[in-house]
Design a protein. Structure first.
Length: 158
C-alpha cells in the first residue's frame, strides 16, 4: 500500500482525535473550575481551611469535655452512692423496732454507719467510720447488714 493514499485518512483521524482531546480537556477544565470555586464562589482552599479550623475547635471541645467528665466521675466515686437502713428490736421491752443502723457508703465502701440503740430509759447513738467496708470499731450484725445491703445497691464500674 502506498502511504500517499493513507495519509489523508491518517491526518483526518489525528484531527478528530485532537478535537476529541480538546473537548475533553475543556470539559475537565470546566469541572475543575466549578469544583475549586464551589457553588457560592468560595474556593476549595478556604473551605478546607474552615473545615480544619472546625476540626481543631471540636478537638479542643472534646478534650475539655473529657477532662470535665473525668473530674465529675472522680467526685461521684467519692460521694455517697447508697444508703441502707436496717431497723431492729435492740431490747424486748422497747416496744417494736425502734433501733436502727444506717450505712452511707461510696463506691469503694468508704463512709459511715450511724446506729441507735433505743430502750425505754434512754437512746444511744453511734457513728462508725468505714474504709473499704471495714471499720476500726466493731460492727454489730445489723450494722454489717446495712453496709452489705448498701454496697449491693451500687453498680460497680469495670
Amino acid at each position: 500500500m502506498n502511504i500517499e493514499i493513507l495519509l489523508p485518512y491518517l491526518v483526518a483521524t489525528l484531527g478528530v482525535l485532537v478535537l476529541v482531546l480538546i473537548i475533553w480537556i475543556t470539559f475537565l477544565h470546566t469541572k475543575l473550575k466549578k469544583f475549586t470555586t464551589g457553588a457560592n464562589g468560595a474556593s476549595l482552599e478556604s473551605s478546607i481551611k474552615d473545615l480544619a479550623l472546625q476540626f481543631h475547635t471540636m478537638q479542643k471541645f472534646y478534650a475539655e469535655n473529657r477532662a470535665d467528665a473525668e473530674r465529675i466521675e472522680a467526685k461521684v466515686r467519692r460521694s455517697i452512692q447508697a444508703v441502707e437502713t436496717i431497723r431492729f428490736d435492740a431490747y424486748a421491752d422497747a416496744g417494736g423496732k425502734q433501733s436502727f443502723a444506717t450505712a452511707l457508703v461510696d463506691e469503694e465502701g468508704n463512709g459511715v454507719v450511724i446506729s441507735t440503740l433505743f430502750s425505754r430509759e434512754r437512746m444511744s447513738v453511734f457513728a462508725k467510720p468505714l474504709q473499704q467496708s471495714k471499720s476500726a470499731y466493731e460492727l454489730s450484725e445489723e450494722e454489717r447488714l446495712a453496709v452489705r445491703d448498701a454496697l449491693s445497691r451500687i453498680s460497680r464500674r469495670p
